[in-house]
Design a protein around this ligand. Structure first.
Ligand code: NDP
Ligand code: GDR
Length: 355
């Protein structure tokens, strides 16, 4: 045990699960905030669950929501954290066009609620704060690669809300001396990635097509380019930011960008299906070379009102100041995700077959 106490909002999400695991390994007492849900939402942290009645339990969950400052103040007061990682968010860019007000409330004002709680409780000198900022802040391309000094130009309600979160974090650092840092993280994925983000949607569909459970994968814009890294490596970067003497803002990225289409091709290769791309725009299709079957088609429903075309990050500052580097390349990440989804889909198939 290292005696430190961490509080993670968004503990049930992809990053929350990896971060909780990392902090427990490092000997922290970890408190996580989870939302009340009518269905099960703790699947990603099942392996970390500890009976709170056990004397040596170090992982605790609390009900809470970023849109409710009363619970945030109460949880922070009760847990007296040394480090708060604010990972909770309505994190889906396309969904933010459908729920812009809620997204602003949770992702923007939610960040303020936590910072204010730290201030109200007089924890400015004790509690360090990490804000989950995003490469979506760069939006419309201003400069490549994108670094801490690249101007922001948000292109969605999600990015606009996160822009508020970014600046209010900087402001509370400067105004009240809180050790508050922004991690400007480029896309990071894993087998724990939510199933509606493009990488996981692809790897799951590839597994389902391979096992005969799905016929075709429908996607939106195949031309967007993303800088994809592994989530497990990125949460280490978050922790490193919190260990620095001085708070600061850092980009975490791989420095390599990949077009969505190539990720799809690579994912199918993993199950020994060679794809050929035919047609253009909404008529573009991914066709199996061996059988001529259409396995990928475009559905304009997944186009966004405004798109972020190109993300490629420059992680030099994180490398030099934090000693952070990434290891997993996008194609290895893709392969890992497909292999994990093959297991999941096969299990679902067995369950279905058993009735
Ligand atoms: P996920 O969508 O997997 O997880 C989001 C988490 O936030 C879930 O635990 C979710 O709960 C919770 N949550 C959502 N709304 C609220 C709310 N109103 N109050 C409390 N909790 C809430 O996201 P990731 O793990 O991928 O990302 C973590 C953070 O990092 C997010 O803030 C995201 O915007 C940001 N980010 C992510 C990047 C990525 O590539 N993954 C890149 C850059 C930034 P539930 O499980 O109940 O839905
Ligand atoms: P992004 O991730 O918007 O970058 O946000 P997402 O995987 O949703 O989209 C990446 C790109 O793929 C294109 N795309 C599709 N996207 C989805 N979800 N579904 C599709 O069918 C599809 N077809 C094509 C998108 O148009 C886009 O260009 C993620 C989230 O984790 C944010 O919370 C985080 O801040 C950023 O990454 C960095």
């Amino acid at each position: 045990m290292n005696g430190k106490v961490a509080l993670i909002t968004g503990v049930t999400g992809q990053d929350g699960a990896y971060l909780a695991e990392l902090l427990l390994e490092k000997g922290y007492i970890v408190h996580g905030v989870k939302r009340r849900s009518s269905s099960f939402n703790t699947g990603r942290i099942e392996n970390l669950y500890q009976d709170p009645h056990e004397k040596d339990a170090r992982f605790f969950l609390h009900y809470g929501d970023l849109v409710d400052s009363t619970n945030l103040i109460r949880i922070i007061q009760q847990t007296q954290p040394d480090e708060i990682y604010n990972l909770a968010a309505q994190s889906h860019v396309q969904v933010s066009f459908e729920t812009p007000e809620y997204t602003a409330n949770a992702d923007g004002i939610g960040t303020l609620r936590i910072l204010e709680a730290i201030r109200i409780l007089g924890l400015e000198k004790k509690t360090r704060f990490y804000q989950a900022s995003t490469s979506e802040l760069y939006g419309l391309v201003q400069e490549v690669p994108q670094s801490e000094t690249t101007p922001f130009y948000p292109r969605s309600p999600y990015a606009a809300a996160k822009m508020y979160g970014y600046w209010i974090t900087v402001n509370y650092r400067e105004a009240y001396g809180i050790h508050a840092s922004n991690g400007i993280l480029f896309n990071h994925e894993s087998p724990l990635r939510g199933e509606t983000f493009v990488t996981r949607k692809i790897t799951r569909a590839v597994a389902a097509i391979k096992l005969g459970m799905q016929n075709c994968l429908y996607l939106g814009n195949l031309d967007a380019k993303r800088d994809w890294g592994h989530a497990r490596e990125y949460v280490r970067g978050m922790w490193l930011m919190m260990q620095q003497d001085e708070p600061d803002d850092y980009v975490l990225a791989t420095g390599e960008t990949t077009i969505i289409r190539d990720f799809v091709t690579r994912a199918f290769q993993e199950v020994e299906i060679d794809l050929e791309w035919r047609g253009e725009g909404v008529d573009e299709q991914g066709v199996c070379k061996a059988t001529g079957k259409v396995l990928v088609a475009v559905d304009p429903r997944y186009f966004r009102p405004t798109e972020v075309d190109l993300l490629i990050g420059d992680p030099t500052k994180a490398r030099e100041k934090l000693g952070w580097t990434h290891e997993t390349k996008w194609d290895a990440l893709c392969a890992e995700m497909v292999q994990a989804d093959l297991k999941i889909v096969a299990k679902e198939q067995r369950r279905n077959d058993a009735g």
